[in-house]
Design a binder for this molecule. Structure first.
Ligand code: HEM
Length: 337
């Protein structure tokens, strides 16, 4: 009997010990999946595979926010943080490199016959105002947009996250508000210069001669040559594309869903970085790339010899319209009495 009691005491002691050990074990040991990161990933992947998304529950009315992850979102994030940065970096830095090399090899395109000292009106006040308004908006939109694409990896470590946040907030305001004058500018540019920008046969000859920029020819051109026509259409179509996709981003979920938003961001960002790369070429040729070009948009006039070399057919048209010695010609400077 005493032996039986001894056995029972032993069993009871063992059970008590087992109970104490079991209750003292951390919760994790009882539910290995809840803390095992590998386990969680497996579950997440299973959810994604089976349901094609991970969805939770929420209390705010916007039920779209309950979707935590969907496969297309992962692809988009990869595009946004990796692919886009490569496309943008290659396009913009590549364009800069090409322009620098071109400048070193070719140098500035000079007025080969020298300045005549007589000017002809090329762009009136309204045209110049619209050009500079659109160009200023474009530059600020480009800087503030690139800040969204590249700002975090470039600036946070250099300036700290607080300064980056403050700057980004201002940049975002600028991006949103300047989109309106930019869009108006693109629409006016489209209407104001369409007549001179329809491609024609002269453009083919101009292109065959490298536009007089690659070589030293002076192929004839009307008011706008093939290069300028290309810029015009890039501004109109590229500007139209960034405007439409930009407003889709600015007013989210008005007739759009998450995948339309992702597509709009891809279109907006890719068109924008290519647009910036092309505009670098335009800025180059309008400044250090060609003698006498900046005056056209600066003061609104160009030297007659510049017009003869770069837009001979336009000069002939102007001569036929107002006569070679009409008031559209202005002396370069008032001669000293
Ligand atoms: C009507 C014109 C435009 C509108 C409505 C617009 C709108 C927007 C919006 C709403 C965003 C998202 C920014 C945010 O999170 O708040 C954005 C991003 C961006 N925009 Fe624009 N934008 C316009 C023109 C431009 C132009 C002309 C450029 C380039 C020259 C540009 C370049 C960019 C870039 C690079 C991004 C960042 C893309 C990214 O990394 O996600 N945008 N834009």
């Amino acid at each position: 009997m005493a032996k039986v009691f001894a056995h029972m005491r032993l069993i009871a002691g063992a059970l008590a010990l087992a109970f104490i050990v079991a209750t003292a074990m951390p919760a994790a040991a009882q539910q290995p999946n809840s803390v095992n990161p590998a386990g969680a990933v497996v579950k997440e992947q299973q959810l994604l595979d089976q349901l094609k998304k991970i969805e939770g529950r929420g209390t705010i009315p916007d039920t779209k926010s309950y979707v935590i992850e969907h496969p297309a979102g992962r692809d988009w994030r990869e595009f946004r943080t990796v692919t886009l940065r490569w496309i943008g970096g290659i396009a913009i830095l590549g364009a800069l490199a090409v322009l620098i090399i071109f400048y070193l090899v070719r140098g500035m395109v000079k007025i080969e016959s020298g300045r005549s000292g007589r000017n002809i009106v090329r762009f009136n006040m309204f045209e110049r105002f619209v050009h500079w308004m659109t160009a200023t908006c474009f530059i600020i939109l480009a800087i503030s947009g690139l800040n969204i694409t590249f700002g975090r990896p470039l600036f946070v470590s250099a300036f700290g996250s607080e300064a980056f946040t403050t700057w980004s907030e201002w940049a975002r305001y600028a991006h949103h508000y300047l989109s309106f004058p930019f869009t108006i500018g693109v629409i006016i540019i489209f209407l104001m210069w369409i007549a001179g920008n329809i491609p024609n046969r002269v453009d083919i000859e101009w292109l065959k001669h490298g536009g007089g920029i690659v070589g030293h020819d002076h192929p004839p051109a009307y008011r706008f040559n093939a290069g300028q026509k290309a810029i015009y259409w890039i501004v109109v179509l590229g500007g139209g594309a960034v405007a439409v996709s930009g407003y889709v981003l600015m007013f989210p979920f008005y007739g759009t869903d998450i995948s339309t938003m992702e597509s709009a961001q891809v279109v907006h960002a890719v068109v924008a970085v290519l647009f910036i790369a092309v505009m670098l070429g335009h800025i180059y040729i309008g400044t250090i790339g060609m003698e006498g070009a900046f005056e056209a948009m600066g003061e609104g006039t160009v030297d007659v010899n510049w017009a003869k070399e770069h837009h001979s057919l336009w000069l002939e048209e102007e001569n036929a319209r107002v006569g070679p010695n009409e008031s559209k010609r202005q002396p370069m400077a008032t001669p000293a009495e």
